[in-house]
Design a protein. Structure first.
Length: 195
């Protein structure tokens, strides 16, 4: 009987420690978003004790949302920073790493064209509205805007706005001020180039 109580006690202690560490991590994310509120205004929402915080605000009159997500992949937890601008885009395109497209099975790579941004990561682009694709793809301002956002998993631009996702080894570091505000400014610059 004593062994059973010891095992139950160890399990309870383990769960308390795990939840405490998770709360510390989420508190760091919350603090980082509060620094964004200090600079840009807006508000941070957190629905519960162990839930991820979400930022809602405006940047230059455009609705802005910052949230965090994660997924378990190959015995590893991957964490993502997601930023969305609710601005209708004239260009309907997806820019992504080729590895992300392959891992998500979101289409054949032959539907995408290579986009050379830097030396380390291979990016691809698919434009649904073919109208200005060649002009935008060769435009140095466009390439510079995308380069300021690297590394990222994908950038989706469409009628509902722009969605940006970056994988982070440590979200608390990835979302620190002023890096996060600089990233928001760079995304806004891309929206200017594409409209």
């Amino acid at each position: 009987m004593e062994i059973v109580l010891i095992i139950i006690g160890l399990i309870v202690v383990f769960l308390v420690v795990i939840n405490y560490l998770r709360k510390l991590h989420l508190d760091a994310l919350h603090f980082n978003l509060l620094e964004v509120v200090d600079v840009l205004g807006g508000q941070v929402l957190r629905r519960g004790f162990l839930s991820r915080p979400v930022y809602h605000g405006k940047f230059k009159g455009i609705d802005l949302t910052i949230n965090f997500s994660s997924e378990r992949s190959q015995k590893k937890r991957r964490e993502f920073l997601d930023i969305s601008f609710a601005r209708q885009m004239q260009q309907n395109l997806t820019i992504s790493t080729s590895s992300w497209i392959e891992s998500q099975n979101q289409g054949e790579l032959n539907e995408f064209e290579p986009l050379v941004i830097g030396d380390e990561t291979t990016y691809v682009i698919r434009n649904i509205s073919q109208s200005d694709y060649i002009k935008k793809n060769r435009n140095e301002e466009f390439k510079d805007s995308v380069k300021r956002l690297t590394p990222f998993n994908y950038i989706y631009c469409g009628q509902s706005g722009l969605l940006y996702e970056r994988e982070c080894d440590n979200l608390a570091v990835c979302s620190k001020h002023p890096k996060l505000v600089d990233l928001i400014k760079a995304i806004y610059q891309l929206t200017q180039v594409l409209n």
